[in-house]
Design a protein around this ligand. Structure first.
Ligand code: FMN
Length: 214
C-alpha cells in the first residue's frame, strides 16, 4: 500500500491489518540462539547502516531467534537483558509482526506468544516497504513498569531503552547480512488498536528487518 493511501486511511482511522496468509500459531518456541557466532564487533559497527529495500524471503527461525535474543534477550542469571533500561525496569516489549500473525517476544521463555492472528505489518509504518518485508518489530513501552521513574522522565527513558534495542538489532543485522531500518514515522493509534494495547502502553518505535533486495 502506498504512503499516500496509508496517510489518507490514517486520517480516517482506517489503517487496518490484513488477514493472515498462513496459520497463526498460538506460540512459537524459538531455537536456542547461537551465541558463539557472528562478526567481530568492530566489523559489525563498520557495516551498520539503514536500508529500505527488502526481499520478501522469510527469515528462518534460527535467524529470528538470534535477532530477538540480540535485541532484548536474557543474557545472564537473574534475568538481565542484552539492552539496558533505567532502574532495570525492562519496560519495552518487543512485538513481532510476521505475515502469519503478530506476536510478543517472551524473553524469559525465548518464545513468541500470539497477540493478533492478522498480518499487521502494513500498520507498523507509513512507508510502503513495511508491508512486504518479512518482519516488522514494534517497540512498546509499558509505563506500569516505570513506577520508580519520575513521570516527566518516563517517555525519554523509554525512548533511550528502545534505541538501545534497535542498535542491537542493527548490529545483529550487520553481522548476519540482513537489512534493517529503525522507524518513528508510525500511525501510533493504528498500531495500538491492532495490537490491542492498553492506556499505559505507548508505541515508541518500529524497525523493519529482512534480507536485502537484489
Ligand atoms: C529516532 C529515529 C527515527 C527514525 N525514523 C525513521 C523513519 O520513520 N523512517 C525511515 O526510513 N528512517 C528512519 N530513521 C532512520 C534514519 O533516517 C537514518 O538512521 C539516518 O538517515 C542515518 O542513516 P544510517 O542509519 O544509515 O546511518 C530514524 C532514525 C532514528 C534514530
Amino acid at each position: 500500500m502506498s504512503t499516500i493511501t496509508k496517510l489518507a486511511l490514517g486520517v480516517m482511522g482506517q489503517l487496518r491489518p490484513r488477514p493472515t496468509r498462513g496459520d497463526a500459531r498460538r506460540s512459537i518456541k524459538l531455537p536456542a540462539p547461537d551465541k558463539r557466532g557472528g562478526m567481530p564487533l568492530m566489523q559489525a559497527l563498520a557495516k551498520r547502516r539503514s536500508s529500505r529495500e527488502f526481499a520478501r524471503k522469510p527469515l528462518p527461525l534460527p535467524v529470528l531467534s538470534g535477532l530477538l535474543w540480540a535485541a532484548f534477550g536474557v543474557n545472564r542469571r537473574g534475568g538481565g537483558r542484552t539492552a539496558p533500561s533505567a532502574l532495570d525496569a525492562q519496560e519495552i516489549d518487543v512485538y513481532v509482526a510476521l505475515p502469519d500473525g503478530a506476536y510478543i517476544y517472551d524473553a524469559k521463555a525465548h518464545a513468541l506468544k500470539l497477540v493478533a492472528a492478522s498480518d499487521l505489518r502494513r500498520v507498523t509504518g507509513y512507508q510502503d516497504f513495511v508491508d512486504e518485508a518479512p518482519l516488522d518489530l514494534v517497540f512498546v513501552a509499558d509505563h506500569r513498569r516505570m513506577r520508580m521513574v519520575p513521570v516527566a522522565q518516563r517517555e525519554s527513558y523509554a525512548s533511550a531503552a528502545a534505541g538501545a534495542i534497535a542498535q542491537n538489532v542493527y548490529l545483529y543485522a550487520a553481522s548476519a547480512g540482513l537489512a534493517t531500518v529503525i522507524r518513528a514515522w508510525i500511525d501510533r493509534n493504528a498500531v495500538a488498536d491492532a495490537l490491542g494495547l492498553g492506556h499505559d502502553e505507548h508505541v515508541v518505535l518500529s524497525q523493519t528487518v529482512g534480507y536485502p533486495r537484489g
